[in-house]
Design a protein around this ligand. Sequence first.
Ligand code: ZN
Length: 89
Amino acid sequence: MKDMDDKIALEKSELSDEVKERITEKDALLMKLKSFEAEIATLNQEKMKVWKEVREAYHVLKAICPHEWKREPYPYAPLYCSICGYEKP
Ligand SMILES: [Zn+2]
């Protein structure tokens, strides 16, 4: 394994400046992606929290809205309330 590491180290030192620059650029881009992925995970968690609040709001509206039921003219269109937006399951 030591021989292999030495071989890799040797090969890296023999790389042209252009190759080294491209590797550095590529690594920076991968770091950027990793940072985006962390942000996306945080945003998805926040989205799930807001969706939960929307479901709770619908749960309350289901009980208190006077509801005006409508259905769009396409097959299997859901029945929904044109006032609060609640869809009948
Ligand atoms: Zn309603």
